[in-house]
Design a protein around this ligand. Sequence first.
Ligand SMILES: Cc1cc2nc3c(=O)[nH]c(=O)nc-3n(C[C@H](O)[C@H](O)[C@H](O)COP(=O)(O)OP(=O)(O)OC[C@H]3O[C@@H](n4cnc5c(N)ncnc54)[C@H](O)[C@@H]3O)c2cc1C
Length: 262
Amino acid sequence: MDIVVCIKQVPETNDIGWDPKTGTLIRESTGGILNPNDKNAIEAALQLREKHGGLITAISMGPPQAEDALREALGMGADKAILLSDRQFAGADTLSTSYALSLALKKIVRFDLILCGKESSDGMTAQVGPQLAELLNLPQLTNATEIIINSNSVRIKQKLEDGFRILKTHLPVLITVEREMNQPRIPPMDSIMEAYREKDVLVWSVGNLGGDKERIGLKGSPTQSRKVYTKIVKKGEITLLEGEPDKVARELIQILKQRDLL
Ligand SMILES: Cc1cc2nc3c(=O)[nH]c(=O)nc-3n(C[C@H](O)[C@H](O)[C@H](O)COP(=O)(O)OP(=O)(O)OC[C@H]3O[C@@H](n4cnc5c(N)ncnc54)[C@H](O)[C@@H]3O)c2cc1C
């Protein structure tokens, strides 16, 4: 069973730069880490490969330094890595990101399963997985905490706000995974060294993907940021409520009503 895992490099700090003209993140100026939720997707892929065999390809769209996230995926055990990197991808919103990924997936041709994290730790829209499934005309199973594959059929345990439900479909499918699905493995040092010294990361540009250039990057992004600002957290606004739970709850309701929050 061949699996593609979509991974994103995210800033390792909140201290990030913004381009005031476009309202977009200046990702080149920040150090990056592999999106924590995507480690769960990689771990899920590794466990499925242990049971069913096949190849795991990790793919990411990002600036050149996103290669580090792909090397980490290779260190964890992915077989191949592809980086979509080109200045023309810059300023992509979620739709344009999903479009570029969909073109790459069409180029990969052979896959049974696409795994994504549920969400990134920076953008946190949780849109890329579902949009990618739509663009590839694939069934999608979201928020999985368990995946069971039996021949051509796929079953997941889906996390809901107030419980779980079981969903079934068939391969090929796109699944987004929750963080509680597994505990990502920490790769041994020799795998990390091998990932850096002996494995390749393929780099694909816009030219390699083909597709409609009007749907790529900022030009292809219907979402435009109107204003970007840093939230100022005022100190000294903490009200400590103490006493019996009933009394505290009543006081809390009063305060929330006074502030028009209830
Ligand atoms: C107008 C606009 C301009 C933007 N400009 C920029 C910019 O210039 N530079 C910039 O870095 N960001 C930019 N962004 C943010 C960019 O759109 C998001 O980083 C990207 O679309 C992913 O969305 P998300 O972080 O919400 O991911 P989610 O949808 O929350 O991610 C879910 C899952 O999708 C997969 N995934 C997400 N992103 C990628 C990826 N890039 N490659 C592979 N898999 C992925 C992962 O599995 C991830 O766990 C811009 C956003 C907007 C709205």
